[in-house]
Design a binder for this molecule. Structure first.
Ligand SMILES: NC(=O)c1ccc[n+]([C@@H]2O[C@H](COP(=O)([O-])OP(=O)(O)OC[C@H]3O[C@@H](n4cnc5c(N)ncnc54)[C@H](O)[C@@H]3O)[C@@H](O)[C@H]2O)c1
Length: 386
């Protein structure tokens, strides 16, 4: 299989590239290195050091090195994107190339505008390139479970649901109620993809993924192959942030009461899920919505688990709830459906969360001095209400 990964230099992109290469697939990578620059701009850095992209590729065994090509390119540049896709004519395209921070998107009009234009135009460019070059390309677009928000009903894993108004019934797009401009950008992507499928029959997998945690996959077996790992308030996901707080002896900081429940999965399960979806595309011309997660926890439950595992490693931490900078329900119903990935073989978490937390902390400990320099960027500063 020949797969183009847009956003290949990122947390998920690099890990997926390694997985696909290890399965003998060919990878064409695109990235404009936006995340590297944006993380530096908030005074932070990847907790685990990563080399330049070319250094990363040179660290691969020769047989894998020859199966990956890299382009520095911006997916909002349609001409360049189309040229690369036309040159390689991949079987599938994975789109990770988006601004992926909710707090960044909420900082100002400018950052909201950048998030919406980068993400929506990037996806639109893929839609047009696929339509013009080869409509049989399987487009696997990474969205987020955050598109749904936290409705007081079960979240179906389907593109449409039936709704009745005044006794009349019709099919409507599964309701979405996102909680940041970033999450809304993904909702708009979804709407555009559903429309493109309706008019041009593009074969699409739209993934609603929960927050991913972890440092390792079966391929990331030594530090030269590390993927990036962000922990600051803008770019870090919750569990990764708690682990860095534990390493630095800082309190673990759930926002508000910590009852916000989300759907999580490990980096290992994320790349396994993605390769299963790539190897098992929907029938030609079909659109598939996938809820990609393996377990649900409240953010307070996660803090308790990190505290316990850190303590087992001799790291004493307290839990200190901080004012919630976001506008979100702290007590709510949460029951997303999950049937497609279990049907393809990913039945539950393949790694135990507690063991994974221990692995993350052990991977971070050698870089404690590096993390010390960035203490001040962990506490939340971006206020949704401001
Ligand atoms: N990490 C998670 O927990 C998680 C959960 C759900 C969804 N997602 C989504 O998965 C995707 C990948 O997430 P990640 O954590 O790897 O993020 P990341 O920021 O580490 O990776 C995204 C990559 O895309 C690149 N990029 C951004 N805009 C680009 C553009 N216009 N042109 C070319 N490259 C561009 C960035 O430089 C970066 O390397 C994102 O779309 C994100 O919203 C991530």
């Amino acid at each position: 299989m020949k797969t183009l990964i847009a956003g290949v230099d990122g947390y998920l992109g690099w890990a997926l590239a390694l997985r696909l290469l290890s399965k003998g697939h060919q990878v064409i990578g695109i990235d404009n290195f936006y995340t590297r620059k944006a993380v530096k701009e908030v005074g932070s850095d990847s907790a685990l050091p990563i080399g330049s992209f070319h250094q990363r590729i040179r660290g691969l065994p020769k047989d894998k090195m020859s199966k990956i090509a890299l382009y520095k390119a911006d997916v909002t540049d349609y001409g360049r994107l189309k040229k690369i896709i036309s040159k390689y004519r991949p079987d599938s395209i994975v789109d990770f190339a988006e601004q992926r921070s909710a707090p960044y998107s909420m900082r100002s009009r400018e950052t909201a505008s950048h998030t919406l234009s980068n993400n929506i135009i990037g996806t639109l460019n893929f839609i047009y390139a696929i339509k013009e070059i080869n409509r049989e390309i399987h487009f696997l677009k990474m969205g987020t479970m955050g598109e749904y928000g936290t409705p007081n009903f079960d979240i179906p894993e389907s593109t449409f649901i039936e709704a009745s108004i005044n006794g009349k019934t019709d099919r409507i797009i599964t309701p979405k109620y996102a909680g940041s401009w970033y999450h809304w950008s993904k909702v708009y992507d979804t709407d555009n993809l559903i429309f493109a499928n309706k008019i041009w029959g593009l074969t699409t997998t739209d993934i609603m993924q929960g927050p991913v945690y972890g440092t390792r996959t079966s391929e990331i077996t030594d530090s030269r192959l590390f993927t990036r790992f962000d922990f600051d308030e803008t770019w870090g996901t919750v569990l990764n942030r708690y682990c860095v707080e534990a390493v630095l002896g800082m309190p673990l900081t759930p926002y508000g009461s910590g009852g916000q429940t989300r759907a999580f999965l490990s980096l290992e399960d994320s790349v396994t899920a993605l390769s299963l979806l790539l190897e098992n595309p929907p029938a030609s011309g079909n659109y598939r919505t996938v809820n990609q997660f393996t377990e649900t926890y409240s953010v307070l439950e996660l803090a308790n688990i990190v505290q316990e595992r850190a303590s087992a490693l001799g790291l004493k931490t307290e839990i200190k709830n901080v004012d919630n900078p976001r506008v979100e329900a702290e007590t709510h119903y949460y029951n997303p459906e999950r049937k497609i990935l279990p049907g393809l073989g990913l039945k539950g978490p393949t790694k135990n969360l507690k063991d994974e937390i221990e692995v993350i902390i052990k991977d971070l400990l050698p870089y404690k001095n590096r993390l010390e320099k960035h203490r001040s960027v962990i506490a939340p500063k971006t206020n949704w209400r401001a």
